[in-house]
Design a protein around this ligand. Structure first.
Ligand code: BGP
Length: 462
């Protein structure tokens, strides 16, 4: 065996409440539920989150399937809109409590460590309509109340918590690049929302530390790190990449690990008139409530060059004032999703965490490849032969292994996702799972990659 991983390494995969459960028995709507209700055309084949992968009803069979392909851990999320009845008081919905208790117990019974995330793009629409969602610090406070309830209800069994999944995607989707409802383009709001989410995460951690359960559990955050590589070694390209790194990665990574924002970013934002509003006390909250572990979602790098065309100011300030995307010739690409495939970055991330982030314990919380039309790869036995997925995961694991060998403190690898799940506006277009889902029958079938993973997990490497 060439690639052996550390003892007790986590093998598993990640999904989320809104993408797997279906809306069964849910009293409130998230922004995505609402968006689908008012604009079904915005979703591939008009498929919404109503049924998704039916996890709400089939979690027992689904967790058993995960177990059967070797998982020792898996991540999902608790939907704010399912667990909570009244957002102001954080009173609970009894069916929500019953449901999450059962999911957690079922995972533990199967020897699969549950990692529970508290926000996976699923802000309650009511909080958006009433307060402007993450533009409001009151929402940060309400989030910490919801988090507190989660720790109290489930903290006796859940040993790994995550406050947010990919908060920068909320900022980009909702306030910059127009791919999340309500698709506002507003750099100042983007910056304020980024601050408020950092604050919400820190406040949730503060609640966690007060809970008895924190003595035996850990809390982290899940960040999609997209290392920004400059086009060239020119001073200008390097400067552009530095800003992109600060805005896209470090704006959440630095506060989470170091309790402060990346050096220089506040000065730039202030000079350009878009700095967030904050109090001393809020900065202290961020400083005093750091994470125990980090989850890293890695799909693609960010290629960057200095601005070559003049920045279009018609929509006001945007981070692109400082850089432009660089379409690197010859790059390898996943044509279904349009994302570059660059496994080498896994090593760079590992070393960056080792050298610049106190070598904090971390794991790969998502990595994967979405493919359209996988039914083309069905064999006679009805199994999808997804060799491309095996190759993708293998290549990334090799670079991760190199980082671990050189001392990076990585304790696991999760693929996105266990069972094909609903994917925001792409719905069920691109499939990511180790297990396929027939949308018409809800039949779930292990793909070739699932059998491959089982062997990897049994050998703790390959
Ligand atoms: C991550 C999200 C997941 C998942 C995945 C695949 O950004 O955390 O929720 O959806 O990406 O991306 P997509 O569904 O956009 O293809």
């Amino acid at each position: 065996m060439n690639y052996k991983f550390p003892e007790n390494f986590w093998w598993g995969a990640a999904t989320s409440g809104p993408q797997a459960e279906g809306r069964f028995n849910k009293k409130h709507r998230s922004v995505f539920d609402y968006w689908y209700d008012i604009e079904p055309d915005a979703f591939f084949d008009k498929v919404g989150p109503d049924i998704a992968s039916n996890f709400y009803n089939s979690y027992k069979e689904d967790i058993a399937m995960m177990k059967s392909i070797g998982f020792n851990s898996f991540r999902t999320s608790i939907q704010w809109t399912r667990l909570i009845d009244d957002f102001e008081t954080a009173s609970v919905d009894e069916d929500g409590v019953r449901y999450y208790n059962s999911v957690i117990d079922e995972a533990i019974k199967n020897g699969v460590t549950p990692v529970m995330c508290l926000h996976h793009f699923d802000l309650p629409i009511e909080l958006y309509e009433k307060y402007g969602g993450w533009e409001s610090k009151h929402v940060s406070y309400l989030f910490s109340k919801f988090a507190k309830v989660c720790f109290e209800l489930f903290g006796d069994r859940v040993k790994y918590w995550a406050t947010f999944n990919e908060p920068i995607v909320v900022i980009e989707g909702q306030y910059i690049n127009e791919f999340h409802y309500p698709k506002v383009v507003d750099g100042k709001k983007a910056v304020q929302a980024a601050f408020n989410i950092n604050l919400a995460s820190a406040k949730a951690i503060e609640e966690f530390r007060k809970c008895e359960c924190s003595k035996t559990a850990k809390i982290g955050i899940i960040l999609n790190l997209t290392p920004a590589y400059p086009r060239s070694n020119s001073k200008e390209d390097i400067k552009a990449a530095e800003f992109a790194n600060k805005f896209n990665n470090r704006i959440f990574l630095d506060p989470a690990v170091h309790g402060r924002f990346p050096d220089g970013i506040e000065e730039i934002l202030e000079r350009e008139g878009v700095l967030w509003e904050n109090t001393e006390e809020e900065m202290k909250t961020i400083e005093n409530n750091k994470i125990d572990f980090l989850g890293v979602n890695y799909y693609q790098p960010l290629r960057v060059k200095k601005r070559e065309s003049e920045f279009d100011n018609s929509k006001g300030w945007l981070p692109y004032k400082h850089f432009e995307g660089y379409d690197m010739p010859g790059k390898k690409i996943n044509p279904h999703r349009g994302w570059e495939i660059y496994p080498e970055a896994m090593y760079d991330i590992a070393i960056n965490i080792r050298d610049n982030y106190n070598n904090i314990p971390w794991y790969v919380s998502e990595n994967g490849m979405g493919v359209y039309g996988e039914e083309k790869f069905l064999n006679e036995e009805g199994m999808i032969v997804d060799d491309y997925r095996i190759e993708f995961a293998t290549d990334h694991l090799k670079f991760l292994h190199k980082g671990i060998t050189e001392g990076s403190n990585c304790f696991g690898y999760h693929l996105w996702t266990p069972i094909d799940c609903w994917s925001w506006s792409n719905a069920y277009r691109n499939r990511y799972g180790f297990i396929s889902l027939d949308l018409n029958t809800q039949k779930k079938t292990i793909k070739k990659s699932g059998y491959w993973y089982k062997r990897v997990t049994e050998n703790n490497g390959f």
